[in-house]
Design a protein around this ligand. Structure first.
Ligand SMILES: [Zn+2]
Ligand SMILES: [Zn+2]
Length: 398
């Protein structure tokens, strides 16, 4: 494949698409103009587009006409309810909405891959199933597309997705075996004490005091540092007690999130949290009620597919980028591509895209978040080359 000699054509188109899409961010399941934009682009390349798969999702197929495997490529489309502060020339035109996670870049990458294949149809075998997914940020889009028959129309052998990654610089690729991103549970903890007058705490069982003990104990046991990859992570973010200054509440409610990398870790973590909360509550004569609701499952890379991605990456020569392949990286963040990987073997690739702004590199979901656009060309190249390797039946790595 001649991607390496042809990056300028890819780059110009890809940047243009990203900047157009950056102007029109829309929220989860409301990607109306965004999906119209993507559909029209694909149609102008000659693709037949299937709309409204999972509300605003859309799909199309590149068919080489030559027997080979089918590879699904997932690109997410939703923006975030964040007022943009980048001051970019292509700043969001939708007040209060922003592409602050890089999904504008993901769609541009997807369109660029589709365009390249439309223009160079003889370079691969098999089929490529393009999936433009809504509502990644609320963890619902992939599930909605699957429920709407994502896998009914076509039999898929492998799946790939990329995420532009602000933690790492251009040239870095995170492609580990096994879990890459965490599964998450929503936690709610209620502590029932005995309320009363703030001036008579000795006559009460103060659930807020007990909640403070619980918060401290959970932080001691699950500090959220590197040990989180072995033990799991719990972070409490919400606390609701009395609505009066002079009344001690009967009950305190806390909520937060737990993150884990496999089912055993999930069970151990849930049990550990439950034990700590119950033990402390009982110690003070209170009792507690805990609920855990699974929010997303972990993103788990298939070993064979991840290996093909890494081998492909090592052979890439794009824009003189020094490609660094990190096969150990993990993050406590979550991604709903996990549900697609539950159905077919595949891999998610993180693509370093850190961009400094006034001397600071802002994280995903920040009003000043931006990406190093060069990372998009690298992502297009690695997807095209990996697809070429995965669709070929006779590939030595499969
Ligand atoms: Zn995000
Ligand atoms: Zn994202």
């Amino acid at each position: 494949m001649s991607v390496i000699n042809n990056t300028q054509g890819i780059t110009d188109y890809c940047y243009k698409m990203r900047r157009e899409l950056h102007k029109i961010p829309e929220f989860a399941f409301k990607e109306i103009h965004t999906s119209d934009f993507v559909a029209e682009e694909l149609q102008s390349m000659g693709y037949k587009v299937r709309r409204s798969v999972g509300v605003t999702g859309l799909t199309t197929v590149f068919d080489s006409g030559i027997p080979g495997n089918t590879v699904l490529l997932r690109f997410d489309m939703d923006g975030l309810p964040i007022p943009e502060e980048t001051g970019l020339s292509f700043v969001s035109q939708n007040k209060g909405a922003m592409h602050a996670c890089g999904h504008d870049g993901h769609m541009a990458i997807g369109l660029s891959v589709a365009r390249y294949l439309a223009q160079n149809p003889d370079e691969i075998t098999g089929k490529v199933y393009f999936v433009f997914q809504p509502a990644e940020e609320i963890g619902q889009g992939a599930k909605a597309m699957i429920a709407d028959g994502l896998f009914d129309a076509i039999s898929v052998d492998y799946a790939l997705a990329v995420h532009l990654w602000a933690e790492q610089a251009y040239g870095w690729l995170g492609i580990p075996d096994g879990p890459l991103m965490a599964g998450s549970s929503d936690i709610q903890i209620e502590i029932f004490g005995k309320g009363g007058h703030a001036a008579k705490p000795d006559l009460t069982i103060d659930p807020l005091y007990i909640a403070a003990k619980v918060i401290n104990a959970l932080k001691d046991v699950y500090p959220g540092d590197d040990t989180a990859y072995q033990t799991g992570l719990v972070t409490l973010t919400q606390l609701e007690a009395s609505d009066r200054r002079n009344i001690i509440a009967d009950k305190v409610t806390m909520a937060g999130t737990a993150r884990w990398f496999d089912d055993d870790m999930r069970k151990t973590l849930h049990n550990g949290i439950t034990e700590i909360v119950n033990l402390i509550s009982r110690q003070f004569g209170a009792h507690a009620n805990l609920t855990f609701k699974e929010s997303t499952v972990p993103v788990v890379n298939d070993k064979k597919v991840a290996m093909v991605c890494r081998q492909t990456a090592k052979e890439l020569r794009v824009d003189k980028a020094n490609v660094i392949v990190d096969d150990k990286y993990r993050t406590n963040l979550s991604e709903d591509f996990a549900y697609i990987l539950n159905q077919v073997p595949g891999a998610m690739l993180l693509v370093g895209a850190r961009k400094e702004f006034d001397g600071t590199a802002y994280p995903h979901h920040h009003p000043k978040f931006d990406i190093d656009e060069r990372a998009m060309t690298l992502a297009v190249a690695i997807l095209l080359e990996t697809v070429k390797n995965l669709t070929a039946h006779e590939n030595e790595w499969l």
